[in-house]
Design a protein around this ligand. Structure first.
Ligand code: MN
Length: 265
């Protein structure tokens, strides 16, 4: 390579500037209105996200405005680190995750049609095998992103959690599929549009919360409350996942960006 050749990173930056690469935000805006998990008694819930004003160009800070933030680790679009689950208790906390694993390809599997007919729909091994027959085996290190169409409910916590007396009716992954993905495929993690990586009724599965159980116990991650998955191709996009490096943290609200080859290419 001569000095006049564009470098890999210069080409990358040029592609973003020209629109050949589009940057798509997969993150839910974080506010006190962001839907959060509501565990039933006797379990304890995290605090919701909130902003607390400390100064706003006034006496406590005449030239500046700044706030305290209050939040649970697992609020809004967030990453689940291995130590979040008892099966991953000896694994990495969110500050220990190797950052190279936070940048990877996205493999998008779309079950929105099935979920429209059944909000309790569970991804099956057959669904993934059908996807692989079309797009190839799930790549080593890829993030599997489950498109369910659930994001359209994000403006209302009641619609997002979709709970009744029998529990929360939101889609997820079947028990055998969670184990198969965690042990038979070398993926980095699972990203979903719903409030958690497991289905709403997964507390009653065996094992309970199988995605948490198998993924976090196998050094894989979870990613929740994603939006705009419909703007990603089935394969070919790259995502950047940016949790805060909270020392000892079991997860963190995260900005998640996708790089997608655009029409200008
Ligand atoms: Mn979580």
């Amino acid at each position: 390579m001569t000095t006049s050749d564009p470098t890999l990173l210069a080409s990358f930056v040029d592609a973003i500037a020209s629109g050949q690469l589009e940057v798509v935000d997969l993150t839910t805006p974080l506010s006190s209105a962001t839907p959060a998990l509501r565990l039933p008694a006797p379990f304890a819930n995290l605090v919701d996200f909130s902003l607390e004003e400390v100064s706003a160009y006034n006496e406590p800070g005449p030239f500046w405005r700044h706030n305290n933030i209050h939040t649970g680790e697992h609020v809004g679009t967030h990453l689940d680190a291995p130590v979040h689950w008892i099966t991953g208790r000896d694994g990495d906390d969110v500050s220990q995750i190797a950052v190279r694993r936070l940048v990877g390809t996205a493999s998008v599997i779309d079950v929105a049609r099935q979920v429209a007919a059944d909000p309790d729909y569970l991804l099956t091994v057959a669904d993934v095998e059908a996807w692989e027959a079309e797009h190839g085996r799930l790549a080593v290190g890829t993030w599997l992103l489950l498109r369910t169409g659930w994001e359209v409910r994000g403006g209302s916590e009641a619609e997002f959690l979709n709970a009744d007396e029998s529990g929360s009716h939101t889609p997820g992954v079947a028990v055998d599929c969670a184990e198969w993905l965690a042990t038979e495929r070398e993926i980095t993690g699972l990203g979903v549009e719903t409030v958690g990586v497991d289905a709403g009724l997964a507390g009653g599965f065996d094992p309970a919360f199988p995605v948490h159980h198998h993924f976090l116990g196998n050094d894989k991650y979870g990613l929740t409350s994603l939006r705009n998955l419909g703007r990603l191709p089935a394969t070919g996009a790259v995502i950047v996942v940016a949790p805060l490096p909270i020392v000892g943290g079991t997860g963190s609200p995260s900005r998640v960006l996708a790089l997608v080859e655009g029409a200008a290419a």
